[in-house]
Write a protein that binds this ligand. Structure first.
Ligand code: CMC
Length: 425
């Protein structure tokens, strides 16, 4: 029997069905609320709103738990790869050896851009932000695949997903090369997903870039840890755009735009800029924290809507950053500054009372710096990683939801006015 909760409004009692998830999430089903009572809910920032059911990613923010399709993030980080994770998120199961090798071969087959699409880069100014180029060109990809604008079968979805996951890396690397005035390096099908990206970023025509296995592994880990995080702002954007039956290319392009902001995927660049500010002696860590507490700005890479405990991704990335620097024999003073800042913040009542912990962005920039990725590219790296998650959510929406996302509002504007001709205003 469906459990219900009672709501009394204007003396009338209505029964709200309770929806339960497999791991104890509980929600009040208010789909009939307005029809039965005339009321809507008011929930700025959607803090209490679940617009969908989803079987992709589970987060328990109180206990610092993150699972992709039921698998703990720690196990995936330790033993999986990014392409395997992409398959898992999109198709729901760990791939067999055969599935994985066919998927990887498919990604290789899709890695080139149409030459006309490549010319789009010429239209951008040399200092154009790579996030703007990425979202514009991913959206434009749809023009080159008109047959995939309407997805009518699993095979078409598979093809569109493979194209995006493969080409996003080519587009990202070309955006960087454009911003540096360097010639584009075409992808090399003999290389793995991550190695190929580093090749397109850093090889020059007469000198192939040969990254260490540790660097390639660190990149795969970075992308894996960013691959999905349930209904965050960019994922919800993708689902919302997808709910209009907009195509996959346009929907994930909107996700890139949502990700760009400083409170979301732009935070990783914000962290490094903050650490550099401290390194350059402009403020000490204690002074930065004082300014944060006076609400002059936020401590970047700290706090999370869901995690009120350690973000498990931050724990993994902190250790990985340490290991990578050690293996590459590099020193990064920003790592020491980050650790000092973290220690001071975690001992400060302001952060303790508000349950603010390092999030995924706090240490990720140290890894990207060790890989020589410039700060401008940090949100782009996040977007490459998040692509499988966006695609998985778009498909879930496509298969299961028939309702366009269309919230209501509480109108607070003028009641009624008569139009005033311009000469009389
Ligand atoms: N520094 C200082 N104070 C903070 C911070 C922070 N990073 N985060 C939250 N607070 C304070 C906030 O000022 C508020 O204080 P008060 O109760 O005195 O008004 C309280 O904590 C609750 O904050 P909130 O704004 O209601 O929390 P939220 O869930 O709406 O925001 C957040 C979540 C991630 C936007 C926020 O923690 C933040 O701005 N963090 C810094 C930016 C960042 O690192 N973003 C990356 C998030 S994780 C990866 C991703 O999603 O892309």
């Amino acid at each position: 029997m469906t459990k219900t909760a009672q709501l009394i409004i204007d003396g009338k009692t209505i029964e709200l069905p309770i929806v339960e998830g497999t791991l104890g999430d509980r929600a009040l089903d208010i789909t009939r609320l307005r029809a039965d009572t005339g009321f809507i809910t008011y929930d700025p920032g959607y803090v209490n709103t679940g617009p969908c059911k989803s079987a992709i990613t589970f987060v328990d923010g109180e206990n610092g738990i993150l699972r992709y399709r039921g698998y703990p993030i720690e196990q995936i980080a330790d033993r999986g790869s990014f392409t395997e994770t992409a398959w898992l998120l999109i198709f729901g199961q760990l791939p067999t050896r055969d599935q994985l090798s066919r998927f990887s071969a498919g990604l290789c087959a899709e890695e080139l851009l149409h030459e006309d699409l490549r010319h789009h880069f010429e239209g951008f100014p040399p200092n154009g932000h790579p996030m703007a180029m990425l979202s514009a060109i991913i959206n434009s990809l749809g023009c080159y695949h008109p047959d995939l604008l309407e997805i009518e079968s699993r095979g078409e979805f598979y093809l569109a997903a493979s194209k995006i996951i493969s080409k996003v890396r080519t587009i990202a690397a070309f955006s960087y090369r454009k911003s540096m005035g360097l010639p584009f390096m075409y992808p090399n099908p003999a290389l793995s997903y991550c190695r190929n990206f580093l090749h397109m970023m850093f090889s020059i025509p007469n000198r192939p870039y040969d990254p260490s296995p540790e660097a390639v592994r660190a990149l795969s880990l970075f992308l894996t840890l960013h691959a999905d995080h349930e209904q965050n702002c960019s994922c919800s954007t993708v689902r919302m755009v997808g709910s209009t039956q907009a195509n996959l290319f346009a929907s994930v392009s909107s996700g890139i735009c949502a990700l760009w902001g400083r409170l979301h995927g732009g935070a990783n660049a914000g962290v490094v800029e903050m650490l550099e500010h401290i390194r350059d002696g402009e403020s000490s860590p204690r002074e930065v924290l004082e300014m944060v507490k006076q609400k002059k700005f936020r401590l970047m890479g700290f706090g999370h809507r869901i995690y009120k405990n350690f973000d498990p991704r931050a724990k993994i990335l902190k250790r990985a950053a340490h290991d990578l620097l050690l293996k590459l024999g590099k020193l990064d003073e920003l790592m020491d500054i980050a650790m000092e800042l973290e220690q001071l913040a975690l001992a400060d009542p302001y952060f303790v009372e508000r349950k603010l912990y390092p999030n995924v962005d706090f240490y990720s920039g140290i890894i990207l710096r060790a890989l020589n990725i410039p700060v401008q590219m940090f949100p782009v790296m996040f977007a490459i990683g998040r692509m499988p998650g966006w695609i998985a959510h778009w498909y879930e929406e496509h298969l299961e939801t028939t309702k366009i996302h269309r919230p209501r509002q509480v109108y607070t504007g003028q009641v009624l006015r008569d139009y005033v001709p311009i000469d009389e205003r």
